[in-house]
Design a binder for this molecule. Sequence first.
Ligand code: DGT
Ligand code: CA
Length: 573
Amino acid sequence: MRNQEIADIFTKMGTLLEIKGENIFKIKAYYKAADNIRALAEDIEQVKNENRLSQIPGIGAAIEKKIIEWLDTGHMSAYQELIKEVPVSLLKIVEVPSVGPKKAKLFFEKLHVKSLEDLKKAVDGGKLTGLEGIKEKTIENIAKGLKVVAEGQERMNLGIATEVAEEFLSLLKKLPEVKDISVAGSLRRGSETVRDIDILIESANPKKIMDYVVSLPQVQNINAHGETKSSILTKDNVQVDVRVIEPKSFGAALLYFTGSKNFNVKLRQIAMKKDMKVNEYGVFLVKDGKEKCLASKTERECFDVLGLPNIPPELREDIGEVELFGEKKIPKLIEAKDIKGELHVHSTWSDGRNTIAEMVEAAMKLGYEYLAISDHSERLKIAGGLSAEDLKKKKKEIDMLNKKLKNFRILFGTEVEIDSEGNLDYNDRILSEFDVVIAAIHSGFEQSPEQLTRRLVRACQNKYTHAIAHPTAIHIGKRQPLNMDFKEVCKAAVDHNVFLEINSFPVRLDLNSSNVYFARSQGVQFVINSDSHSIDHLDYIKFGISIARRGWLRSEDVINTLSVEQLLKKIKK
Ligand code: DGT
Ligand code: CA
């Protein structure tokens, strides 16, 4: 389907027109068209062929013509004209946190800033100082924003990495030469961000596999094409390294290439103390200058001979040393099957793409027992926040659906805004109606650490708050985590029986694994949510589970492993 590419081009045009300073209605028309095309369930080419484009909401005659031109000829003259006036590279500048279209226009017109490099040079050279409306604080924020963007370019989020890896795995699995296949590296460890994708293949016939990898249509560039290792860059600029391993040492290679590097260092130290040696080919006993292989075929055998438990990949970082290598035991970590429901998903009542009924049907397919539909609150207009009147209707709909459902319960939830002072967006009377209240920050990120901490602490103190959504407000590649006193927030959460969310949405992954590990040490309890805005997002929960495991959580640390009755009892204030 070409829906996505057309939606993307209209989004770009909207932004370019904003930079140009066009009429707001024209700009909005492009954004609206883009949104509606993105939400379209059918193939836009088919819609065009059946002459139904004008039936899509927000598609008027002018936009319809552009869609037809794009589908028929592969280009759009209006877009070509526009990028002659406004360089398309400015889109990258708009995305820098604290910049936006107005400042991009200003920097372009006054300083000829056309690229991220230009902007960095301008910031470093003090060129922004003295420009109209640009304060010192803004420049500081832009400098920070540039850093976040640079990190985002170097590392992709776990969601994108998983998607790319799954595509390669499914292609490679089809080859008869492939005996076993696994991802390794940071992706296998479930890390929030991943630099490149490491794939290991067990096979006695590497040549066929190597030739196949470099010939795939996804390849933009071949970095290396060796006998047992190839490295390619995909058309989306993702580096994928594929290694073929002899069957006898697949386990040892998997252990080695899963890392982390620090974990491998630790393993080598442990081996040395036992007169052993560990490398990508196996674990060896070293005696009188001779080496004898003790294990290599599976990871488990390698751990066994080193006297270690089968350490899950998510724990192979440099934390929890006493449990991993000492006398203490590794806890039984939470697993996907432990999750019984979710407390934070959206529906068409706010900015979700699916109705409550559709969300519920999808959740039931996953074997869930409950789902809290937690739409945005009134203040968040941009995301369709609900008024008191909407809430009444929504509640009615939920009650009606619940009457029809067996063995499933829809909970009446809200993702309520925390204002700049830490107050919640609804009054107590409204708040008392909800089954689940999740409080969240979506604005005012630039406040001082004291203000931000106070805001979150006050939100925890509110007697109606059950959980804090995405507590640090990070947006991977776009926004740094809130600069606040996390320990204070943990304390408030524990004191007021408030649960901290692990938000599984790939650009968030918030709390991250270090936050979770720390919060757990402070006695915090958690909820893992997908923050789904459509049925396709429910599956994101797997990323939140990876984060929870990396934070050493057991199922009893996470409230949505409870049955609905236990859960409601537990969150009751
Ligand atoms: P990334 O790619 O930055 O997200 O993180 P990793 O952990 O995937 O790092 P990568 O791709 O450089 O290497 C994959 C694993 O291979 C790494 O976690 C450990 C192992 N490894 C690679 N090079 C070395 C090395 O020079 N020394 C040691 N001890 N291990 C290495
Ligand atoms: Ca890697």
